[in-house]
Write a protein that binds this ligand. Sequence first.
Ligand SMILES: [Zn+2]
Length: 229
Amino acid sequence: MRWVVELEGQPEDEIESADPIAMVAGNLRDRGLIGPDVQIRTREEDSGLILPISTNLQTKRITFSRDMRALCEDELRFCILHENAHIQLSRRFSIFVCLAILLWIVALILLLRGDAFSVLGAIPMLFLGRMVYGSATYRFELKADYRAGHLMKSEFHVMHPSMVAKSALSHVRELKSDKRSRAEKFLRIIGYKHPKDEVRVTGIAARLDGDVCAVGTTATDSGGQRIGE
Ligand SMILES: [Zn+2]
């Protein structure tokens, strides 16, 4: 495995300055929009990389596949700001995860007791834990979208952030492997819920674009790369 871009903890001359991801990330860092402790890396080889972007909330590391370089500046900005928002929101997100785990532990204790009354009590606990976790994963995705869209508008004067989001999400969807990692399969079993792209775009449009409906359009706002449906 070879990392071609490492903005954090590497000498300046080891960064490929022509790499669009490095340039966009460097600009966001200079403007104070991503924390100095957030690492952004591009992985040259795709082996084992199922998602074109992945973020480790513990290590605060955002990893891009090399194919993400095909995105235009605004799309990359949106993706980085979205992942950065997940890192910023990770403490609040972990409260819901802990609550879900607590409910599952109670369910497990009840199941281990084995009597009919306890087993009956465990079932709603299992579902409640799943519901708490699913609703947190769903809502925090929309929160991260809002934060990213808001910064696109306030800092980069993008009038309709939903259009940038739509084209970025469409690109990410194209690059995403059909395979599901074991971790992803497990997360779905325990209730992980991800809003559909249309819901995300509509959400950003409703909150940030004013009365403009972005769904069904294909252009980006600020002269960036246009992509089709
Ligand atoms: Zn996300």
